[in-house]
Design a protein around this ligand. Structure first.
Ligand SMILES: Nc1ncnc2c1ncn2[C@@H]1O[C@H](COP(=O)(O)OP(=O)(O)OP(=O)(O)O)[C@@H](O)[C@H]1O
Length: 310
């Protein structure tokens, strides 16, 4: 029996470089931790592309590799293999001096425990001033910018207070102001609302959205809280150290003319064509080890194995 192959669309002569125009590109990122004789693969070939100006949430269960990813993007940790570029920096191959420059100017990091971001004996204004002093910003500019940032974050009245005199929400706002002090292109936040009550977390999210919109800073938030996807336009899910799916939200006009938020889930395909089929889909059709892929004119179908030698 002969099978007539479907005519395949012609690929472009030269495929464009993966994530060429993006601000953040992670490709096949691997991070292996060695603890004693045990190897832990925290990231197992993760792909992620974030465009300039985006606000993205990275969600995943505890241990899925979220904090590891953020530490690598922050220049605090180095990957074992793969490719990672932020702005013009190749994070896999960076001198010590460049790493300092990168951490000082390109990224701002807000850590998971609110207290870890703050210095107990400094006031809010002094803490925002510190990264600018390290960057040798003139005193006059530092003063003005610290006042502007504390005002933007809604904690202008806390400028002369130390961390112990601030509420959890105020501490987080000051920590964000500190992270923004040197005008980074990227703000990275690890569980920024993990220790806050619902109302305070909603307020902090609103602020992050405003910073993203008003300052044009690209924001990447890592959290185990799936409800966060309701707060951002794009949510990337990671599972077992790999990107598994993305949810995109957009506003469209419904039949009644009212605006409606539409959330669509996509599977993420890596460069070699691998995708992860969600467990509920696999279970619904009893998809197991072997499936049939069928190329149709405008889609690829995955069908259960019809039998035969196993
Ligand atoms: N320094 C380290 N040494 C050894 N193993 C580590 C180290 N840091 C992380 N791991 C392991 O790597 C895996 C991923 O950890 P990571 O902290 O990135 O996950 P996470 O998704 O941020 O989890 P959580 O939500 O609990 O913070 C886990 O199995 C963790 O135990």
């Amino acid at each position: 029996m002969s099978i007539t192959p479907l005519p395949l669309p012609q690929p472009p002569a030269k495929a464009p470089e993966f994530g060429r125009d993006a601000l953040i590109v992670c490709e096949s990122l691997v991070r292996i931790y060695q603890s004693g004789s045990v190897e832990v693969q925290a990231l197992q070939g993760l792909d992620l592309v974030v465009d300039s100006g985006e606000m993205v949430a990275v969600v995943g269960a505890s241990g899925s590799g979220k904090s590891t990813l953020l530490s690598i993007l922050a220049g605090v940790d180095a990957p074992t293999a793969g490719r990672v570029r932020v702005d013009r920096w190749n994070l896999l191959d960076m001198s010590r001096a460049d790493r300092v420059r990168y951490r000082r100017h390109t990224v701002g990091l807000v850590r998971q425990q609110t207290a870890a971001n703050l210095i107990p004996y400094l006031t809010a204004r002094q803490m925002v001033d510190l990264p600018m002093t390290a960057a040798r910003t003139p005193r006059r500019v530092r003063r003005r910018r610290a006042a502007e940032l504390l005002d933007l974050l809604g904690v202008a009245e806390c400028a002369e207070r130390r961390p112990a005199q601030l509420s959890g929400g105020q501490q987080m706002r000051v920590a964000i102001a500190v992270a923004l002090a040197n005008e980074p292109r990227v703000l990275l936040a690890d569980e920024p609302t993990g220790e806050l009550d619902n109302a305070t977390s909603a307020a902090v999210f609103g602020l992050l959205r405003e910073i993203n919109r008003r300052l044009g800073v690209t924001v990447v938030i890592v959290t185990h809280d799936p409800s966060v996807s309701g707060q951002v336009e794009r949510t990337v899910a990671i599972r077992d150290g790999r990107t598994s799916s993305e949810v995109l939200r957009r506003t469209a006009t419904g039949d009644d003319g009212a605006p409606q938020v539409i959330a669509e889930e996509y599977a993420v395909m890596d460069r070699t064509g691998r995708i992860q089929v969600p467990r509920d889909y696999r279970e619904a059709l009893a998809l197991t080890r072997r499936v049939r892929l069928v190329l149709e004119a405008d889609h690829v179908a995955i069908r259960p194995d019809g039998g035969g030698p196993g």
